[in-house]
Design a binder for this molecule. Structure first.
Ligand code: ZN
Length: 400
């Protein structure tokens, strides 16, 4: 932690002071944890930011809060960045009511905002508890991840576990799904928007990397114009899905699914091109897009009599067990509806049509390719058509 109490009960820090200045001030001083009141050790080396640590045998709940130099420097950068914009930000302020200590706390207008800069892994339980505390007390949490957690491979692709997905923000129904990253070494704030989950641990989205010094706090809430470039990568993934032999290691879900396809007398290489399409609400699904979309198409849509109005609620009920609870995504307001998004795509592609806000019908048969080549051609055709589709923020409201 960057701040501590001195003997006089004042909250102090040594930010921005030189080594000799610190040495002078620390003469005969003792430091105490603002939370557990145990004695703290001041660590001010040549290279690191002056910070405080608990003694090794401490049982303070905040003793491991310091996630090392990277984290402390990032927190400090963000704090000073806000201060430079005239924001009365407070560092590591302890909130006794919820026993939490956000990295940075401040008010803007009538909003109180807590910034958590997270570089290490955090248990899902702790993560949800912290957000709950903030929301209970009317504080809006914003989580910025350390760029050390930003595993990129290709342009627009981000490797992510389920952990990172829980940090996706959406401040309103028109705001795109967004992740924030900051790197204290390069001083770059990265905003990852228009996120689409393409596979078990891969996301596609649009990056904007900017030096922190040339970014304003307000600009964190800007929507960057969406483009459909992710579709090119999506197409590659779709091709791989169709042509790649199954890997040796398969999850139980994948095995069950492959058995189910076998019983249905089909195979992943021969599935209709409308299976494995991008919907922004995919992050809410337990299974990868090809699994729930094939179940929906083969078990349900395919057997619907054509031109017969069907209630959306029948479909929702059928697919209910495919959802992760929304409580796992505390930063998302107005979650997009993956099922409705999917049907809207199918409407756009000419397979179904909405007859009202609550009912739809199938108007065309689903085509099952006879061989892999035909399947690949269909994939290409569908992706080509989708290039004009307004994916934008994932709310393609039908009633507009
Ligand atoms: Zn403590």
């Amino acid at each position: 932690m960057l701040s501590a109490y001195n003997q006089n009960g004042q909250l102090i820090n040594f930010i921005g002071l030189t080594k000799p200045e610190i040495n002078m001030r620390k003469q005969g001083q003792k430091y105490f944890c603002p939370i557990c009141e145990e004695t703290l050790i001041l660590k001010a080396g040549r290279k690191n930011i002056p910070h405080f640590s608990h003694l090794p045998n401490s049982d303070c709940p905040f003793q491991h809060d310091g996630e090392g130099e990277y984290h402390e420097q990032g927190k400090l950068d963000l704090f000073q960045w806000l201060r430079n914009q005239g924001v009365q930000a407070e560092l590591e302020k302890y909130l006794p009511l919820i026993k939490q200590r956000p990295d940075i706390l401040f008010s803007i207008g009538n909003k109180t905002i807590a910034i958590e800069y997270q570089c290490a892994k955090l248990s899902m339980d702790d993560y949800l508890k912290r957000n709950e505390g903030y929301i209970q007390t009317g504080i809006t949490p914003i989580w910025i991840l350390g760029s050390n957690r930003m595993k990129r491979k290709k342009t627009g692709m981000l490797y992510s576990g389920t952990q990172e997905r829980a940090f996706i923000h959406r401040f309103s129904s028109t705001f795109p799904l967004t992740l924030y990253f900051y790197c204290p070494n390069t001083k770059i704030l990265s905003v990852y928007q228009h996120i689409q989950v393409v596979g078990r641990n891969r996301l596609l989205g649009q990056w904007v990397h900017r030096p922190l010094s040339r970014t304003s706090f307000k600009s964190m809430f800007q929507e960057h114009a969406p483009n459909n470039q992710f579709l090119q990568q999506w197409k590659k993934e779709k091709h791989l899905f169709r042509t790649k032999p199954p890997t040796l290691y398969q999850s139980r879900e994948e095995k069950t699914w492959r058995n189910w396809l076998y019983i249905k007398h089909t195979h992943n290489s021969l599935l209709p091109g409308i299976i494995y399409l991008p919907v922004s609400g995919q992050y809410r699904m337990k299974s990868v897009p090809w699994i729930w979309q094939s179940r929906l198409c083969l078990d349900f849509l395919h057997s619907l009599p054509p031109f017969k109005a069907t209630s959306l609620s029948v479909l929702f009920e059928k697919m209910d067990n495919h959802f992760i609870t929304d409580a796992s995504f505390p930063l998302i307001t107005a979650p997009p509806d993956p099922l409705k998004e999917y049907l809207q795509l199918l409407e756009y592609l000419g397979f179904v049509t909405f007859v009202s806000n609550t009912e739809f019908m199938r108007i065309n048969p689903i085509n099952f390719p006879e061989n892999v080549e035909e399947g690949l051609r269909e994939d290409d055709l569908i992706i080509k058509k989708l290039e004009k589709y307004p994916f934008s923020s994932g709310v393609v409201s039908h009633d507009s």
